[in-house]
Design a protein around this ligand. Structure first.
Ligand code: ADP
Ligand code: ZN
Ligand code: MG
Length: 468
């Protein structure tokens, strides 16, 4: 029996305003070639200047991974010719990256080691117009800042690789390091796959390049594992090579037999001085680190939130900050807030095609709504009916007043209502006389007649009194 051995190389587009070594804007979806300058076009004599914000973000990310950050970091030129890389080299990091070592722990509890993470430039984009005999190049992205993260070969399946990517995405978003949106090319992964019998040394690996969805990562790994198993079972060897992913055919195909690191002719970039990272700076980064998703999860569990809900909130940076802000003003159970933020609120928002950040709902308004339910002023049903207005910024107290939704807890008014329902439904009264458990049917009728505003326990008491 074979097991799969997988290592990932993940690229994250950093959330900076400008590129890694020039002042050109980092943008997605603009007209081609509007964000370029002599530096990112690689014109002779142009000098790169490191983007301090990009360095800051990379340091935060490395620190959150538990990587060790060196006392000084430096940059290398990695040479290759691609039509979308005008300098014919990429400024990257070789021997002293911003982060070495570290790990991420998966929900399964498995610890995935990180080899390194480093800063580097993105390439431009080739555009292949349909039916044309040429390709076009768009250099807006050339020189945009990336973090590359390299894992140890610790992953064992496509599913596990996907779990790892979910973890990386949540971490990058929580730190504000990257939007980590694969569908916008802001998170891309290369996968390295080999197979072996458990306990044997590592087999020959194949690299599959440039997968831009978590689903394709999982599918490429499954396909590649199977392809290699069939080779070995047929008595043949796996060749070390770089393959591409055919999304339509759901299979990998040969791109090139693998280049070695020597082919890149790494050399120190003489134009980029090394960057000192004194202990004080490294400590300041660690001290300023926001709470990471795993820590949030632990905190929510300790508040008594159900694991599934806690995970959903902790791994969604927007939902988590809304949840925290609501708890700051809400005196009730954390699970009550979680219920609303995990199901009611997203349910309504999805129907409108909106995200939480686009809604005008304030944490204080949600807290107030839940308090109105807790103190019996309104029913849960009424609260749910108010949600659409709350999402547009309405005030819960004003809504309750305008709609007359406050639960009727005045026995006089309710008694009249109960009597009306009893005389309108003699057949139900008969049923309850025969079987007291049928009282819920009458209770339902009274609640309907009150349009949800009656206090159910009071109605039940009145009904029981009336029916003896
Ligand atoms: P290369 O020099 O070919 O780029 P690296 O040693 O830098 O190889 O590793 C690149 C990635 O491949 C890392 O994520 C690493 O964990 C993974 N890897 C290395 N050897 C194997 C292997 N035998 N099987 C699967 N993945 C591997
Ligand atoms: Zn530029
Ligand atoms: Mg490599």
């Amino acid at each position: 029996m074979f097991e799969a051995v997988i290592g990932l190389e993940v690229h994250l587009a950093l959330r900076t305003r400008t590129k890694l070594f020039c002042g050109c804007a980092v943008s997605f979806g603009d007209e081609p070639n509007v964000h370029t300058c002599p530096v990112c076009l690689g014109l002779p004599g142009a000098l790169p200047l490191l983007n301090g914000r990009a360095l800051e973000l990379a340091l935060a990310f490395a620190t959150a991974l538990g990587a060790s950050v060196p006392p000084a970091t430096r940059f290398h030129r990695k040479h290759y010719f691609y039509p979308d890389a005008p300098k014919n080299y990429q400024i990257s990091q070789d021997d002293v990256p911003v982060g070495s070592g570290g790990a991420l722990v998966l929900p399964s509890g498995r610890r995935i080691g990180i080899v390194r993470c480093h800063l580097e430039e993105d390439a431009g984009r080739l555009v292949h117009p349909a039916y044309a005999d040429h390709s076009l190049v768009d250099l807006n992205r050339a020189g945009a800042p990336l973090i590359e993260l390299v894992t140890e070969p610790d992953l064992r399946s496509g599913e596990e690789a996907r779990d790892f990517l979910v973890e990386v995405r949540a971490l990058a978003q929580a730190l504000g390091v990257s939007d980590a949106a694969p569908e916008q090319g802001k998170m891309r992964a290369d996968v390295n796959v080999s197979i072996r019998r458990p306990g044997e040394p590592l087999g020959t690996k194949v690299e599959v390049k440039n997968l831009n969805s978590f689903r394709s990562v999982a599918a490429a790994i499954e396909h590649e594992t199977k392809r290699q198993r069939q080779l070995l079972e047929a008595g043949r060897a796996v060749r070390q090579e770089t393959r591409g992913w055919n999304e339509g055919g759901q299979r990998t195909y040969l791109l090139r037999t693998k280049e070695t690191s020597a082919d890149y002719r790494y050399m120190r970039d003489p134009d980029v001085p090394s960057v000192p990272l004194p202990a004080a700076r490294r400590e300041a980064v660690a001290a300023a680190l926001p709470e990471v998703p795993a820590a949030k999860l632990a905190r929510y569990l300790a508040l008594g939130v159900r694991e599934e809900d806690a995970r959903q909130l902790a791994y969604d940076v927007q939902a988590a900050s809304f949840f925290d802000a609501t708890l700051e003003v809400y005196g009730g159970a954390a699970q009550a807030v979680a219920n609303w933020l995990v199901s009611e609120v997203p349910g309504r928002l999805n129907a409108a095609g909106l995200g939480l950040e686009q809604a005008a709902l304030e944490p204080a308004a949600l807290a107030r709504l839940l308090t109105l339910v807790d103190d019996g002023t309104i029913s849960v049903t009424a609260a749910k009916e108010l949600l659409p207005e709350l999402l547009t910024g309405a005030d819960p107290d004003a809504l309750v007043r305008e709609r007359g939704l406050a639960q009727v807890s005045d026995p006089g008014a309710l008694t009249t209502l109960v009597d009306e329902v009893l005389s309108a439904h003699p057949e139900l009264v008969e049923r309850v006389r025969a079987n007291p458990k049928a009282i819920n049917a009458l209770l339902g009728e009274v609640m309907r007649a009150s349009r949800g505003s009656a206090k159910p326990d009071l109605v039940r008491r009145l009904l029981e009194e009336r029916l003896g």
